[in-house]
Design a protein around this ligand. Structure first.
Ligand code: FES
Ligand SMILES: [Fe+2]
Length: 395
């Protein structure tokens, strides 16, 4: 790695982050507040990594299209007539207009640019360009949409804009086996909520990875899961951090009264029906697997101090087909919990912008936070995610 691959972060401050838990400190303030750091992250962690752009079922059939974003790069998801998913740069080959506004969806037999009506087929080939006769350097075969590297895992679509990341299976690593009993690929979307949070995207991860804060801000959550229950997974294979928490006696899931209103996910053994599995796959997907549903948070940084968060609730097809099915018991519980968390991380963001801010220390209960900031700090030093999933520091 060359120094140019390093983030514009005070290298010496990262020594304290990389110290063992018990002697470590959090990231320096610039990691949360600097637009230069945010720009570096967009290029290296998002465009250079595997970013989740949503569920495969969001583009279910031929002609279905959806625009999303990875770092600085607008991406267009498009399913062709053979049901093959393509991911293109959302940039017209004429003069660069977006083919579809970010987050918009369309269902149409071709991709048509709204600016001058250049038209592409569903595989990305240019098939129409009005009134270009006589243009000597108009070569349609050279003007197809730019295809981006992508892969699917467990029903989620991931994009690697740089084309240089290790395989997605290596990045997901051991998390695939941990989630396999939940069979996320078979689940269907029941609800989506979108938030914009006035905090750095990493604060959402850090907050997600500890329940040290739960007694103070989540009284409802603490009724169905004890904040000190469960344990975090040791650093293992894959670019993720996670752990479990135990459901309280009498609670079947995370809801206001602990009751579930959906059948449990098939394939879970007795032990898995008593826990919730929480995992953050670097850099932008949080997966919370409950006995009866899987909740995800998908993060899209807007700036150093803002992040768009898309929450989705996935259930088994059987549960969704049950008469009177209503995901509200899960959605309302987590919507409240989310808002409690957003208030906390927005406050931390304001604190991090204060000249008085000094990176704090971590309680031992915050070991998963330590794992997360260790990954971030090593990435700042220019280390790619290794085959073992954990980034190797190179100083
Ligand atoms: S920019 Fe797309 S047709 Fe002109
Ligand atoms: Fe929380």
């Amino acid at each position: 790695m060359t120094p140019t691959d390093r983030a514009p972060v005070d290298i010496n401050a990262l020594d304290a982050v990389l110290a063992p838990l018990g002697n470590s400190r959090m990231l320096p303030a610039a990691c949360y507040t600097s637009e230069a750091v945010a720009a570096w992250e967009r290029e290296h962690l998002f465009e250079g990594g595997w970013v989740c752009v949503g569920r495969a079922e969001s583009v279910p059939g031929p002609g279905d299209q959806r625009a999303s974003r990875v770092g600085r790069t607008g991406v267009l998801l498009c399913r062709d007539d053979d049901d093959v998913l393509h991911v293109f740069a959302n940039v017209c080959r004429h003069r660069g207009h977006e083919l579809l506004p970010c987050d918009a969806q369309a269902s149409r037999p071709a991709v048509q640019c709204p600016y001058h009506a250049w038209r592409y087929d569903l595989k990305g080939a240019l098939v129409q360009a009005p009134r270009v006769a006589g243009v000597a350097n108009f070569v349609p075969g050279d003007l197809g949409l730019v295809a981006l590297r992508h892969a699917e895992w467990a029903g989620w679509i991931f994009v690697n804009v740089s084309g240089t990341a290790a395989d997605l299976t290596e990045h997901v690593g051991a998390l695939a086996g941990l989630l396999e009993p939940y069979d996320p690929g078979s689940l269907v979307l029941a609800a989506t909520h979108r938030y914009e949070v006035a905090a750095n995207w990493k604060l959402v991860h850090e907050n997600y990875h500890e329940c040290y804060h739960c007694p103070q801000i989540h009284p409802e959550l603490c009724r169905v899961t004890a904040p000190t229950s469960g344990q975090n997974f040791a650093a293992g294979q894959g670019g993720w951090v996670g752990g479990t928490m135990a459901l309280a006696p009498g609670a079947a899931t995370m809801s206001f009264d602990g009751r579930s209103h959906a059948s449990p996910l098939p394939g879970l053994d007795a032990a898995r029906r008593r826990v919730v599995l929480y995992a953050g796959l670097f850099p932008n997907l949080l997966v919370s697997a409950h006995p009866d549903y899987v909740l995800t948070h998908r993060l899209d940084p807007v700036s150093a101090g803002r992040v768009a968060v898309e929450c989705q609730w996935l259930f088994s097809p059987e549960a969704v087909d049950e008469p009177g099915f209503d995901a509200g018991y899960a959605v309302d519980f987590w919507d409240l919990t989310n808002r409690q968390d957003w208030a906390a991380v927005e406050s931390v963001q304001r604190g991090a912008t204060s000249p008085a801010y000094v990176p704090g220390i971590l309680a031992l209960q915050e070991d998963a936070v330590h794992q997360f900031v260790t990954m971030a700090a090593r990435a700042y030093l220019g280390a790619p995610l290794s085959a073992s999933g954990r980034v190797e520091a190179q100083r």
